[in-house]
Design a protein around this ligand. Structure first.
Ligand code: UD1
Length: 424
């Protein structure tokens, strides 16, 4: 299995282009199931998860054309679900990626039936899909769970309903929203997720002929249509990738412009970072990051958007490992999302976990060590630790990184990092 080797201690300097958002792209690809016409997506990142979603859609009968190469970042993908040949999403594909659940809503909406394996994915807590199921049931689907599969049917089609989510769920909101675009009548989604990826999906659905009000708010009103049509859509930049690089620059005391990054997508992180001594400023092309003073420990709590994203928690914790003073990091979205802590401790970090909070006491330097990636964002945090540490760090199980960070080593190397992939 491939590994990444990093020789730490070099400040990052230069420019880093931000790729299209993985967590927007995956749902936008699934949205192609809602129409028999072509959905053309631009700025698609080249990632393992995107390939998994393409495989899954392919076996539902979607034809997919991809243009672009490494020389021209931001691929264009044309998806056409002229006829859906199969409504089953099998375990072998779904277990690789939780976001496979995104085919459930569109399949039931268009084909009035779906059989989707219960998902696997990142090992960060139990992560049920009960709220996706409850939302579709509200819209008239009959759902049973048999042999690890969700069997959904709505012989007369879905009908609009009021769906009140008891907690904020990103993919749950997206599944309900996609299903509602082809349901009979009006759907109201209350306590909807407000993440920029949800809004991006909604904008694309509107371009496909859907009627959606309240985009970007926690109340979405959708009037169902008989059919949707083709559209072209450009995917938003990846705010989690951008946030990860912000922390990397801060950790190495560098100075980098993140091309294409949008401040409004990571405002909560920028606010916390400003208190920690990291300046993030808008430029004509994106965001410039550098330290504004000494790194200081600050407290952080993860929350649904617009709060501090759970997908940046591990990276923030790594930054706090080398800040002056202490930092309390509280994870409220997922249980068991501190798997990076023992790995960071191997590099000399001083962290104590109490339930859903971690107390980080800053140390002057981390030290390179062999470490292991446990999930996607934890892997990102270990790369950051390696970039700032004294000596050499080798990161194994990097298939997690390949799921979500496009050309990571290349982007970091261009800014002066000593980082290489060891094939094995
Ligand atoms: C999405 C993101 C993920 C991010 C997360 C929170 C994608 C592909 N993934 O995941 O990167 O970390 O949002 O911002 O977009 N829950 C239930 N029942 C459900 C659904 C969710 O109890 O049916 C719980 C989850 O266990 C979790 C919380 O709700 O505690 C929020 O999860 P959710 O927003 O659904 O996360 P995902 O959409 O899976």
């Amino acid at each position: 299995m491939d590994k990444i080797r990093i020789k730490g201690g070099r400040p990052l300097r230069g420019k880093i282009p931000i790729s299209g958002a993985k967590n927007a792209a995956l749902k936008l690809m699934a949205a192609s199931l809602l129409t028999d016409e072509v959905l053309a997506l631009s700025n698609v990142p080249q990632l393992a998860d995107i390939a998994t979603m393409a495989n899954l859609l392919g076996q539902h009968g979607v034809s997919i054309g991809l243009n672009g190469s490494n020389a021209t970042p931001g691929h264009t993908m044309e998806l056409r679900a002229a006829t859906i040949t199969n409504v089953t999403a099998p375990y072998e594909l779904v277990r690789k990626m939780r976001a496979s659940i995104m085919v459930l809503g569109p399949l039931v909406a268009r084909c009035h039936a779906a059989k989707v394996s219960l998902p696997g994915g990142c090992a960060i807590g139990t992560r049920p899909v009960d709220l996706h199921i409850a939302a579709l049931e509200r819209m008239g689907a009959e759902i049973t769970l048999d042999d690890g599969y969700i069997n959904a049917s709505a012989p007369k089609g879905l009908r609009g309903a009021e769906i009140v989510f008891p907690i904020v769920t990103v993919t749950g909101t997206e599944n309900a929203m996609m299903a509602a675009t082809l349901a009979k009548g009006e759907t109201l989604i209350v306590n909807a997720a407000r993440e920029p990826e949800v809004a991006d999906l909604a904008h694309c659905l509107v371009a496909m002929g859907a009627e959606i009000d309240g985009i970007g708010t926690d109340r979405l009103r959708i009037v169902g249509k008989d059919r949707l049509h083709g559209a072209s859509h450009t995917i938003i930049p990846d705010r989690i990738e951008a946030g990860t690089f912000v922390m990397a620059v801060a950790m190495t005391d560098g100075d980098v412009e993140l091309i294409g990054a949008r401040q409004e997508h990571i405002q909560s992180a920028c606010d916390v970072l400003a208190r920690a001594g990291v300046a993030v400023e808008k430029t004509g092309q994106g965001l410039r990051v550098c330290r504004s003073g000494v790194l200081r420990g600050v407290d952080v709590t993860t929350e649904p958007f617009p709060g501090f994203p759970t997908d940046l928690q591990a990276q923030m914790m790594t930054l706090m490992c080398v800040a002056e003073g202490a930092s309390m990091i509280t994870e409220t979205i997922f249980e068991n999302r501190f798997m990076h802590v023992p790995e960071l401790a191997r590099m000399g970090a001083d962290i104590t976990v109490h339930g859903s909070s971690a107390m980080v006491r800053g140390v002057p330097k981390l030290k390179g060590a062999p470490v292991m990636a446990t999930d996607l964002r934890a892997s990102g945090s270990l790369v950051l630790a390696g970039l700032a540490a004294e000596g050499e760090t080798t990161l194994s199980r990097i298939y997690h990184l390949d799921r979500g960070y496009e050309r990571l080593e290349e982007k970091l190397r261009a800014c002066g990092a000593e980082i290489e992939r060891i094939r094995g």
